[in-house]
Write a protein that binds this ligand. Sequence first.
Ligand code: PLP
Length: 450
Amino acid sequence: MNTRVDDISDDYATRTPNNLDALWLPFTANRQFKAAPRLLVSAAGMHYQSVDGRQILDGTAGLWCVNAGHGRREIIEAVQRQSERMDYAPGFQMAHPAQFELAQRLVDMLPGDLEHAFFTNSGSEAVDTALKIALAYHQANGAPTRTKLIGRERGYHGVGFGGISVGGIGANRKQFRNQLSETDHLPHTHAPAHNRFCRGEPAWGAHLADPLESLVQLHGAETIAAVIVEPMAGSTGVLIPPVGYLQRLREICDRHGILLIFDEVITGFGRLGAGFACEKFDVIPDLVTLAKGLTNAAVPMGAVVARKGIYDALMTGPEAMIELFHGYTYSGHPLACAAAIATLGIYRDDELFARAADLAPYWEEAVHGLRDRAHVTDIRTLGLVAGIELESRPGKPGARAYDAFTTCFEKGLLTRTTGDIIALSPPLIVERAQIDQICDTIGETLDEVA
Ligand code: PLP
């Protein structure tokens, strides 16, 4: 029986729904979930509250996105003010001032000549936008044959057709096939045989960038538009770039006129103990994709930031011509801009990126303290990120980590799993005692799961 809820009241937001059927959940085993739903109803600071009134410590900043912690008053009030002032403004041949303010503040945070921001609503849209900008750039630059896009095995670049084509996670493509034929992939950098239990960047593996040179020989540089990588691969289970690997990718791209795109949807905004991975690793890409921490996830928003030369190359031709035939109804949405400006202010005022860097050694020590626990085969840490890899149950990949995830949730800790890897990325406001709680809970859980 479905009880109707008064449209005015939002009582529906805090109680278990009577009927779960109508909703089709994303990236979720729907039938398994609906048999035992996990519902969150409120959030503040480092905690969620579940529908049954339990406090859940957030070990994952939501989905790698609530970097400043939940329920930040500055963001709430900025969104409320903007919502009362103006709900929406069209973004094509029109604009509103907050977009310009945000773009300026954002590019001021980024290194080098990453100077022009294009707004989207998600990481997936940012990725597809960056790929399209790369193609448009080469066309504007007199190299229209450069149309191939190179990704990397185990890469995650969201769910658009562009993103899944350059992405390298088989499960994300096999239902849809690869619709972008002009793609190829570099090998991934996961090499536990050499780098097991590595703290920070592994020493072994810079040469794993060299296959890019082979792809250039195979396809011809004149056919390749761009290479896209996550500087640290997050969704595939925290794969940290080997020392010198990203530099080598940059060198090969430069040698052959190929654009380098860093997908910083996860690594942006302090996650690695620096503002951005490109800063941390001192490698400036041509395009950066951002989302998640940009608004502290309070309102959906993504962005692509381009180097000056890319923007300039497109700002040619007749002035009345639209230079890039691309955009979203909600590009630069006023509420998202308000949330982002407030979020960037919090990062600055609370010095959260430096805080993450200061906490990183404690985090590393605590998480690596789990290395002798049951089932653990590898641990990787960088900034405030960790990947804990478990031995798979024979014939049931992912099952052990999934059980660990549900057991942790019952014990009041939100974790994330991908395959048999537990991925951790707490908000950057996490306290040491909470780091201990995260690690103690996971340790106990690993002893309990079969
Ligand atoms: N790129 C990377 C590196 C990501 O980690 C994600 C999401 O986790 C995306 C793109 C897609 O972002 P969204 O889910 O906002 O579309």
